[in-house]
Design a protein around this ligand. Structure first.
Ligand code: GDP
Ligand code: IMO
Ligand code: MG
Length: 422
């Protein structure tokens, strides 16, 4: 068996959580492989709405194992909040949520360092989610990190040494902080975390594959936020691309199966950084209002714009996407014209390749397509699709060179249409 992966192709918030939940019945195991509580994955079903940050989105489909993989960074304090919210709504997790011993811990001082570095950058700030992601991955790469497996091995001494090191940096930066309150929450979180099975997830996953089990790897963030391939430095600190599933789970490249690439029918971004097709006018505001484009973690308004096929093609290339999933089509239901960026003009020269840097000298080149102006939110099958919507799908498939297999027409689990092979 192989590991299928589901990856965001834009700047995050494409709707990964919803689709993972929809696909989970086809799988035995769902695993997160990178990122941490900077993610906010929203699921809606049976009139309830849930936002998951560190827990995989396969948790609501009965009887499936969910794994927090080695590539993830985990904050016990936020994990506790998430676990308690799910348990309060009647979902017992302890039997089906396992955590990799090799996943790294986000310490309370990582969050403080995140804030301190952002403050130091001033107007050049990344606009991080403030969850300590960058500092936690920095410690991992500089070989100073603490892992879940360390909880059982001389933890107190390792923890104190790391905190002392971080406090020195905070003091050198003259950053005012109060550790005691966050530390208390963090320690309480650690107790919650200890209730869960901590596993050698690399062995577990490979044995499951050998035994014929089906695994879905759930990406967080999106390809344009990848540390290597995203719009650096305005990116997150992990590999969000398909290869991240190999390193974040311990799965060999040859064991990767389908690569589901998920995108919105338009485009959004939270935080700072270039966004070639951003709309700062009433059209962008209309997308924000209709799409309820406010961050599920921070509540920040998301920046909105037309779909960017230059960036999407690039993401498809580095991820090796085999099937596309288009989300939030319904948000464009009332638009009379839809634009799609097919190339960039840089200093007057047209290119279809995503460039090293996106600056003031870049202009998106658009094609315009007629809108479908039909409420699609109650549609059940592709037979009901308006002609203009089919034309939009065909145009995207042709430009991107990959088939669209799923179309989402609303936030609910039920508002998902699987397309037939054609
Ligand atoms: P994720 O981080 O990729 O899981 O995405 P988020 O949950 O952060 O953001 C996607 C938002 O869009 C959530 O509020 C979802 O409930 C919502 N959503 C998902 N699919 C659709 C859709 O097809 N139509 C609409 N209108 N909303 C959707
Ligand atoms: P999901 O999984 C959208 C963005 C932040 C910021 C940059 C770095 O819900 O799609 P970080 O806290 O990671 O150091 O922030 O990345 N960012 C996201 N944007 N969706 C996400 O996750 C994001 N996770 C991080 O806004 O610009
Ligand atoms: Mg999100």
């Amino acid at each position: 068996m192989k590991v299928d992966t589901l990856l965001g192709l834009q700047w995050g918030d494409e709707g990964k959580g919803k689709v993972v939940d929809v696909l989970t019945p086809e799988y035995d195991i769902v695993a997160r492989f990178q990122g941490g509580p900077n993610a906010g994955h929203t699921l809606e079903f049976e009139g309830q709405k849930y936002v998951l940050r560190s827990i995989p989105s396969g948790i609501f489909q009965g009887g499936k194992i969910n794994i927090i993989g080695n590539g993830v960074v985990l904050d016990p304090a936020l994990f506790k909040v998430e676990v308690e919210a799910l348990e309060a709504s009647g979902h017992d997790l302890t039997q089906r949520l396992y955590i990799s011993k090799k996943a790294h811990l986000i310490l309370p001082t990582h969050r403080l360092l995140d804030a301190a570095y952002e403050a130091q950058k001033g107007s050049d700030k990344i606009g991080t989610t403030g969850k300590g992601i960058g500092p936690a991955y920095t410690d991992k790469i500089s070989r100073n990190g603490l892992r879940i497996g360390d909880i059982d091995h001389n933890f107190e001494a390792k923890y104190r040494a790391a905190i002392a090191r971080h406090e020195t940096i905070l003091q050198q930066m003259n950053y005012p902080y109060d550790l005691s309150a966050v530390e208390q929450e963090w320690m309480a979180g650690l107790e919650t975390l200890k209730r869960f099975r901590r596993i050698d997830s690399d062995h577990f996953i490979n044995k499951a594959l050998q035994a014929g089990q089906k695994i879905l790897a759930e990406g967080a963030q999106g390809t344009m936020l990848d540390i290597d391939f995203g719009s650096y430095p305005f990116v997150t600190s992990s590999n969000t691309v398909c290869a991240g599933a190999c390193t974040g789970l311990g799965v060999a490249p040859a064991k990767i199966g389908e690569v589901y690439g998920i995108f919105k029918a338009y485009c959004t971004r939270v935080g700072s950084g270039p966004f070639p097709t951003e709309l700062l006018d009433e059209t962008g505001q209309k997308m924000r209002d209709l799409g309820n484009e406010y961050g599920s973690v921070t509540g920040r308004p998301r920046r909105c714009g037309w779909i960017d096929l230059v960036a999407l093609r690039y993401a498809i290339m580095v991820d090796g996407v085999t099937q596309l999933i288009m989300m939030k089509s319904d948000v464009l239901d009332s638009f009379d014209t839809i634009k799609a960026c097919v190339a960039y003009q840089i200093d007057g020269k047209e290119t279809e390749d995503f460039p090293f840097e996106i600056g003031e000298n870049l202009r998106p080149v658009y094609v315009e397509l007629p809108g479908w102006q039909t409420d699609m939110t109650k549609m059940q099958s592709e037979n009901e699709f308006p002609e203009e919507f089919n034309a939009y799908l065909s145009f995207l498939e042709e430009t991107l060179g990959v088939q669209i297999r799923i179309v989402s027409v609303g936030p609910d689990r039920e508002q998902t249409i699987i397309l037939n092979d054609n």
